[in-house]
Write a protein that binds this ligand. Structure first.
Ligand code: AMP
Ligand code: MG
Length: 189
């Protein structure tokens, strides 16, 4: 069994209740094996379909530039590369992300492009489980959790690959504690 720790960035706007559909613009992931070894890293930018121009808010939040997404493949191509990378380590894997957001956003983009979502079914919500393990009243932000675990935040927060590296550190630190039988659809963020 391998563990694919994944973090997404997506198009966003500086409004709470906007009606626009967010789409993935970066996939960052780390593959960890049963021995807690990092087998590899994956990073790809994705060109959005619905709103091709990134908002200033989104560019500031993620530090992703218009050029990076303009030169990137579309979601179906990027997803195929991601899946090829996952399967290069073996067919048995569980996805892990900080919250439920990443799985939900993958589902939305797969539906938008009429792609299969079955590959997402083995998933754990690391944020939700971290709160249980550490006896916290609710899930905390990844940056806060890094501090709570006395780890060091690497890279730029809100960049998919850097977020994935940081989540992987928390995942490896608490490796023996994750419960793979917990319902992955726990939407407690
Ligand atoms: P993160 O993994 O925390 O960088 O967040 C993933 C995606 O969620 C970002 O690329 C944005 O699309 C969205 N997001 C995160 N934080 C915010 C925020 N404060 N306001 C609006 N959207 C956000
Ligand atoms: Mg992120």
């Amino acid at each position: 069994m391998n563990y694919i720790i994944v973090d997404l960035e997506a198009t966003c706007w500086n409004e709470k209740h906007h009606t626009r559909k967010s789409e993935i613009i970066e996939i960052g992931a780390i593959c960890v094996n049963e021995k807690k070894e990092i087998l590899g890293e994956f990073q790809i930018f994705v060109k959005p379909n619905l709103h091709v121009e990134l908002s200033d808010f989104c560019k500031q939040l993620t530090s992703i530039t218009q050029e990076m997404v303009d030169n990137a493949p579309t979601f179906p191509v990027a997803l195929e590369q991601f899946q090829t990378w996952i399967y290069s380590f073996g067919k048995d894997y569980v996805l892990g992300s900080w919250g439920f957001y990443d799985k939900g956003q993958f589902e939305k983009d797969c539906l938008l492009h009429q792609l299969d979502t079955n590959w997402l079914k083995n998933h754990i919500n690391i944020k939700f489980q971290h709160a249980i393990i550490r006896n916290l009243p609710k899930g905390i932000g990844m940056k806060q959790a890094i501090e709570h675990e006395k780890l060091v935040l690497d890279g730029t927060h809100h960049r998919g690959i850097d977020d994935a590296r940081n989540i992987a550190k928390i995942f490896i630190k608490l490796f023996e504690k994750w419960d793979y039988s917990l319902d992955s659809s726990t939407k407690n963020d």
